[in-house]
Design a protein around this ligand. Sequence first.
Ligand code: GSH
Length: 247
Amino acid sequence: MKMTLHLMSHALCPYVQRAAISLTEKGVDFERTTIDLANKPDWFLAISPLGKTPVLTVKGQSIFESAAILEYLEETQTAPLHPADPMTRAQHRGWIEFGSATLNDIAGFYAAKNAAAFAGKITSLSAKFSRLEGQLGNGPYFAGDKFTLVDAVFGPVFRYFDTFDRIGDFGILSGKEKVKTWRKALAERPSVRDAVSQSYPELLWTFLLNRRSHLSGLMTGNREAVEKTSAAPTSSGYFPATGPSSA
Ligand SMILES: N[C@@H](CCC(=O)N[C@@H](CS)C(=O)NCC(=O)O)C(=O)O
């Protein structure tokens, strides 16, 4: 029986993207509803105990937290994205958590208020990608030829770097050749590419510019201009205030 799955989304949310990637890889039809996270509707709060996207609804029932959604899809849909071996599967769950910790560092990087905090986040992100460089094999994906949930989690992580690269070279991925190859393979994967709309780069740019952060200062090279731009935050500029957050 065909059932429609519904993904409660936000245009920039990397946790929504991992669910969308899994659904696409599995060939599941789904609809999206975009939530204004600056003004969460009551019906959304009723199904999202933490007030966060994503939420997946299936036949009137809801699942919150991206990790829970991914596991549900593994258990109910075809085309597994988790390895069959229990040990490897458990290890992949660990790396998914590592992906969430990387997203938290990215949020710290773009929100850092001064050069010292910014440099601290660069160090922390560089260490995480060094760790991944040591973990990767011959690629092109995390575990070789087969695309897995770890790839679904890191596609949205690397997507931030497409915009960071427009701002400057922060050296975070420097010298990490396996990571760079992985990034490229993920960017080319249709499910990863299509997990966001075409307006994503410009929405992210505006979002970052509105952060009143060290990075926004670098984006304009003019702090006054940044503050003027951020004087009237838009609703799409809100989710950054709190998220991406705790995994
Ligand atoms: N641990 C959550 C994190 C989700 C999350 O941080 N969502 C952000 C958007 S990317 C959100 O909804 N933030 C709004 C808020 O915290 O009020 C998950 O894995 O689903």
